[in-house]
Design a protein around this ligand. Structure first.
Ligand code: ZN
Length: 262
């Protein structure tokens, strides 16, 4: 009896550890409960109900994306990007056609004041998730970074039709047409800095991850200057993902700060 009990205790313990490890897996890498951008039982209105881990999607009061209209001018630190060309891993995860994942120690960093953040991934939305004065852009890129303290920040770059973009051209050439696991793109090197405009003035607000589990306390730096991509590049993405966008979320009294510098 004692042995059986011990075995059971061991089994339960192992299951518990497995559960904790699974729960601690990177939230953006996989989702226990499927969700959708489309209206319906798994649509944005129901994200907070379909999995207890997604509760913040419903109860959170500082959610993303938002329409950036009223701003308060402020002296804010400049964004000092140190991005470099390197090999990339690409995934079509069923929610965006292109997400590019980076391992820790990849040396692509953003310094803001005394704080340094490292690139974790970037991905694309069609059309843009954020709005600027009620205007939606053709697309946007969300560049996600993590600080030494584990704090997540996002840099949102609006993309509009114009000249083709070098990084987008390379990535689109390897764009997976169907959902699948992350894969290396042999021979492909991409500089995420090619997704940045020359002018780095920004609007700053505190929001969330804009997809389940909708973690709050993500500080967003929304760059004011859009980057051009070609109409063909926009259309190629939209053919696979016509609308991978969460509806706008209420401000709930949040103040958007606007950097005075460029
Ligand atoms: Zn995003």
């Amino acid at each position: 009896m004692r042995n059986t009990g011990g075995t059971r205790a061991l089994f339960v313990g192992a299951a518990l550890v497995a559960t904790i490890l699974f729960a601690a897996a990177p939230s953006l890498a996989q989702w226990r409960t499927p969700w959708s951008y489309k209206e319906g039982p798994n649509g944005p209105e129901h994200w907070g109900d379909i999995d207890p881990d997604y509760a913040a999607c419903k109860t959170g009061t500082t959610q993303s994306p938002i329409d950036i209209t009223h701003r308060t001018k402020a002296v804010l630190p400049p964004l000092q990007f140190a991005f470099r060309s390197g090999p990339v891993r690409i995934v079509n995860n069923g929610y965006t056609a292109v997400r590019v994942d980076y391992e820790p120690g990849n040396l692509n960093t953003l310094t803001i004041g005394a704080r340094r953040y490292e690139l974790t991934q970037f991905h694309f939305h069609h059309p843009s998730e954020e709005e600027l004065d009620g205007k939606r852009f053709d697309m946007n890129a969300h560049i996600m970074l993590k600080g030494d303290d584990g704090k997540i920040i996002g840099v949102s770059v609006f993309l509009k039709a114009g000249r083709g973009n070098a990084a987008v051209a390379k990535l689109w050439a390897h764009m997976p047409t169907v959902k699948g696991p992350p894969h290396d793109a042999p021979g492909l090197t991409v500089d995420p800095g090619d997704l940045l405009p020359s002018s780095l003035g920004y609007d700053l607000y505190t929001g969330s991850i804009s997809a389940p589990p909708c973690n709050a306390d993500v500080v967003w730096y929304v760059l004011k200057t859009p980057v051009e991509v070609s109409r063909a590049q926009i259309d190629a993405f939209a053919k696979l993902y016509p609308h991978d966008v969460r509806p706008l979320q209420p401000l709930n009294g949040r103040v958007v700060q606007e950097s005075e510098n460029d």
